[in-house]
Design a protein around this ligand. Sequence first.
Ligand SMILES: Cc1cc2nc3c(=O)[nH]c(=O)nc-3n(C[C@H](O)[C@H](O)[C@H](O)COP(=O)(O)OP(=O)(O)OC[C@H]3O[C@@H](n4cnc5c(N)ncnc54)[C@H](O)[C@@H]3O)c2cc1C
Length: 499
Amino acid sequence: MDKKTAAYDVIIAGAGPTGLMLAGELAMAGVRCRVVERREHRTRESRALGLHGRTMEVLNMRGLAEEVLARANPVPRVRVSLGNSLFDMGRLATDYGQLTIIPQGETEEILEKRATGLGVVVDRGVTLTDCRQEGRIVSCTLEQEGREWEETASFLVGCDGSRSRVREAMGAEFTGATYPYTIIVADVKLGTPLDDQLLIRVGRAGLVVATDFGNGWYRMGVIDRDKPWSDNPVTLAEVDQTLRKLFGRDMRPSEPLWTSRFHIQERQASFYRKGRMVIAGDAAHVHSPLGGQGLNLGIQDAMNLGWKLSAVVKGRAADDLLDTFAEERRRVSQGVIKVTDIATRMMTSDRLPARIARKAVMTVASRVPATHQTAVGHLSGIYTSYPSMGAAAGASPLVGTRVPDLKIAGRGTPQRLHEALRQGGFVLIDSGTGAPLLPSVPEPDGNLVRLTGRVVADSGQWRKPEVILIRPDGYCAWAGSRTRAQAELANTYLRWIQA
Ligand SMILES: Cc1cc2nc3c(=O)[nH]c(=O)nc-3n(C[C@H](O)[C@H](O)[C@H](O)COP(=O)(O)OP(=O)(O)OC[C@H]3O[C@@H](n4cnc5c(N)ncnc54)[C@H](O)[C@@H]3O)c2cc1C
């Protein structure tokens, strides 16, 4: 089959946060994409409540952060009962030093509005039942109300959650484990208010994560060590009894908005891409909910994949650019799986060494400034980096790291990096003078925004390099002097995208 016969550039299976974010990224670059979603409606469950600092930065790079903030409840600090430890995300160098609490359905609504505003059609009630690559085309079997038909695309991305059909068709294994514990989730009002907006209470009976999501509502996530699995729905009486046991007092829960019961799993797909089929979000990785990373990883997967897949579809990069998505994001989710696994085991164990260790770890991590910073830096995603980007000999240590929302003073009003990234292209910050850099890239060019001026105060290490090249997902692709830039920059740019 010939590429020209594909009906779409990309079909995305799944309109969860990952699929909707990706659809917006592709549509912004002019890629023809279609989203198919099995469910008739967006989730009405609060599910993932917390957007971390890096996710908010990413949303700001696409002009979406303000709408999220207008609907959200900001929570800057997390209290852990062990040693009365406090983790303060307000101490991070970002405009979003907080956990931004917003129900998943509302995050999805904002992402869907952006995608449909850019022309994406989200087909609800449509299930992808099968898919296969034939030459350079992926054929998808879709089903709605008993009717089946075929649709074709140049690429298929499975954002279809932990039971991904696309992952199965790719033949990727989803290796990992299921924890022995049951987790109960309940969105309730509490008659006994809590002093903290986000409290992790750990005791010998188990663990509670209580999150204030505004107007007197709390999300209670509970692991009761002794509770066996049950197929019955969670009742208010059960929530009441479990909270009483874990808090040691009557919390007086009422008005349950949503309750659920599930097993915690940690799994990762053995590969993320096979030819023209790719998976992202929960389809590629699931892990313990401790730390609230799932939705955050999915949105950042989509941010990493979006511009790369657009470049491949538009013929500006070879297919193997997609392997950098798989490599970079697999490493990040591997790290999250490892850390959340250790934390979950340590927090839920009743063995004496674990009880001693968790108290010591929490006390040190929250009180020693350097370890506190490392803990909140990783929790928030602000410290996420892609070391493989900086593997070239002599590369600046800044390459592969997240670039904050730098302020650049040139002629006229100072410009902000994250605003410049809203066009979806690379950004080149050039504070020197002389012959233009990257002369082969036409100007203006949607794939490269040039900011001329110097990085101003409070930007620490970012003030040193004369030239900084930033990828569309906000990571540093190159940094250094103008002299070196004349020699190296073109090759670096070409590594990612053809001018
Ligand atoms: C109770 C609970 C609490 C959570 N709390 C947090 C939290 O605080 N923070 C956090 O970051 N994460 C949290 N998570 C995890 C978070 O909800 C997920 O990580 C996130 O939804 C993953 O997004 P996704 O788009 O990758 O997958 P999903 O949200 O699972 O979306 C996949 C979509 O694909 C659709 N689909 C599936 N198969 C097909 C098919 N064959 N054809 C068409 N459509 C299909 C599904 O209907 C679904 O809409 C929580 C999850 C649960 C269940």
